[in-house]
Design a protein around this ligand. Structure first.
Ligand code: FAD
Length: 248
């Protein structure tokens, strides 16, 4: 299955809510008054000012939930390193994989011999999994377990043979501050191709619903200097063109 990234839900009127929350810090008015009196131009002006100060705590009030399919366990392992987020991932413990799907990295896809080796290894994993499930299940049934419980217990250990390439599905929620930090790391040229592809798709979708908030979303070098030092890719101008001018 190809990569599928979908913005499932987000806080309604995210930019207005952030402006109202931030405005409250400096205003003698009540929340209702502030919400009622915020115009579109006011929101844009205030949000631009807020972002230029780097005053980021008000942007934590809005969250974005994504559903992602067609990615590898390598990707989700990198994704869940972002601690300030919430995740729900398809379990290999509870879902028996009759024929597991896998992600083939493009460099392997484009090399005939590498691809053959890769696929062979995937097939061997599946074969070992099936055999281990079968053996353990029989043993557990012999020891008095019911068939369903025996299978569940068998698959939770058999899954250890599965590779990082194994395809998975995940739903996750990040607030806007976490998202910007996520984009800084994962849209960067140094991030791996798969998570970068997903992050770029996320950038496109959040820009559609909150264009001011995510105006400079992308790798760190889009909004400021590159933090990578000697590892800098040297493509700062190209990156700015790509992300600031929505050419992704
Ligand atoms: C190109 C690349 C290569 C990488 N290579 C490796 C690697 O080889 N090995 C490896 O282990 N990881 C690696 N990582 C993962 C990386 O180190 C981070 O774990 C990951 O990017 C999550 O970033 P984060 O901590 O900023 O995000 P989050 O966990 O979402 O945290 C967001 C921010 O909150 C603050 N914060 C969160 N938790 C704490 C805390 N406990 N104490 C203080 N402040 C906190 C920090 O300011 C942090 O930036 C790599 C990442 C990238 C992009």
């Amino acid at each position: 299955m190809a990569l599928k990234v979908k913005l499932l839900q987000y806080t309604p009127e995210p930019e207005k809510l952030i402006s109202a929350a931030a405005k409250l810090c400096y205003s003698s008015s009540g929340v209702d008054d502030i919400m009622e009196n915020l115009t579109e131009e006011g929101v844009e002006k205030f949000l631009n000012m807020l972002m230029s100060f780097g005053h980021q705590s008000p942007i934590e009030h809005v969250s974005f939930t994504f559903g992602v399919e067609g990615v590898s366990r390598s990707l989700t392992h990198q994704l869940v390193r972002h601690r300030l987020a919430s995740y729900s991932q398809q379990s290999q413990r509870y879902v028996k994989l009759e024929q597991f799907e896998y992600i083939i990295p493009p460099a392997i896809e484009n090399d005939e011999v590498a691809k053959e080796l890769f696929i062979k290894s995937m097939e061997e994993s599946q074969k070992s999994y099936d055999e281990i499930v079968h053996r353990l299940k029989l043993k557990y049934i012999e020891n008095g377990m019911k068939e369903k419980a025996a299978e569940k217990k068998a698959i939770e250990d058999a899954r250890y043979v599965f590779p990082n390439a194994c395809e998975t599905k995940i739903v996750f929620t990040m607030n806007a501050r976490t998202l910007l930090n996520f984009f800084h790391h994962r849209c960067c040229d140094r991030a791996q191709w798969e998570i970068r592809e997903m992050a770029n798709e996320m950038v496109k979708q959040v820009k559609e619903v909150a264009p001011i908030l995510f105006k400079a979303a992308g790798p760190s070098c889009v909004a400021g200097p590159c933090p990578e030092g000697a590892m800098c890719c040297g493509k700062v101008q190209e990156m700015r063109e790509l992300y600031l001018k929505n050419k992704l």
